[in-house]
Design a protein around this ligand. Sequence first.
Ligand SMILES: Nc1ncnc2c1ncn2[C@@H]1O[C@H](COP(=O)(O)OP(=O)(O)OP(=O)(O)O)[C@@H](O)[C@H]1O
Length: 305
Amino acid sequence: MQTDEGIVVDGVRRSFGPVHAVADASFTARPGRVTALIGPNGAGKTTLMLMLATLLAPDAGTIRIAGADPLVDPAAVRARMGWMPDVLGSWAALTTRATLELTGRLYRLPKPRAAARAQELIELVGLQPLADQPTRVLSRGQKQRLSLARALVHDPGVLLLDEPASGLDPAARVELRVLVRRLAGEGRTLLVSSHVLADLEEMADDAVYLQSGATVAAERVAAVRERARLWRVRATDDAALEAALGSRPGVQRDHLGVLVPVLDEHAAADLLADLVGRGVRITAFAPAAGEFERTFLTLTEEQHA
Ligand SMILES: Nc1ncnc2c1ncn2[C@@H]1O[C@H](COP(=O)(O)OP(=O)(O)OP(=O)(O)O)[C@@H](O)[C@H]1O
C-alpha cells in the first residue's frame, strides 16, 4: 500500500478528559474500495471521522489522507477529501442550489464552474424539484442527499460518509448504494459508517470494527469469520425437514424457520444436496445473518464474556 493513496491510520488516540473516545485505531482504506466502519454506539466512529476530516486533532498516532497529514497540512487534506457528517448543518435560508454554489466557491471554483457543478450534483442526488427551495423545507432524507452532494463538490478522491443512509427511504437507500459503488468504481476511497449493517453489507468491500475506541485486529476478525455460521432453511414440509436434519448438532428454530450451523460454503452446498437427496422440498436456504452483522455480534459477545 502506498501512503499517497487512500486512508492510512496508525495508533490514533483521542480523549475527552477521562473518556478515551478513540483509544487505539489503526487501519487502511484502499482506493477503489468501500470500507465499512462498524462499531456500537459510543465506540468512537464519529470522533475518528472528525480526526480524519481535520476537525479534531489526535492526541497521538498518525493519519494520512491521500498522502496528506491532517495535522501538518489540513488544507491539502480538505482539498482531497469530502466529508458527509452524520447531521447536516445547513444554511436554512439558502436554496439547495445556492448552498452547493457557495460550497463550490469556498473550494475556490470559479463562479460559472460552481454553478455548473451545483446543477450536476442536484441531478446526481435527485434534488431537481427542490433545487430552488430554501434548505429549511428539506426533509431529513433530502438533507442527507444535499449533504452527500456537498461532500462531492470539489470531486475529492477520498470520501468520509458518516451514517449516509440515515433518514433515507428504501428507494433512496438503493440509489445511495448504487452511487457509492459508482464513486468507488471511479477509483475513490470511501469510508462509510452506519448502524444498518445490511446496508453496509451490500455496499462495502472491507470492514473495520471499532470496539471501545480500538480497532479490532485483522487476525481476531479472521478467527471469528472462520467459525460456523447459522444458515436458515425452510421447506414445504416442516416435519420432513426436521426428520432429514435428524440429530444434527446445534440446530435451532425461530419464527422464520430452522437455523443450522454450517462451517463454510462447501459444507452448505453439501447440506443442501443431502436434504434435496432425502426428498425434502427446500424453499429457502441462505446465511441467517450477513457477514458484518455476524462478526459484529460475535465480537460484541466476546467482549462482554
Ligand atoms: N466532545 C466530546 N466531549 C466529551 N466526550 C465526547 C465528546 N465527543 C465524544 N465523546 C465521547 O466519546 C465516546 C465516543 O463517541 P463517538 O460519538 O465518537 O461514538 P460513535 O461510535 O460515533 O457513536 P454512535 O454510534 O452513537 O454515533 C463516547 O463515549 C462519547 O460520549
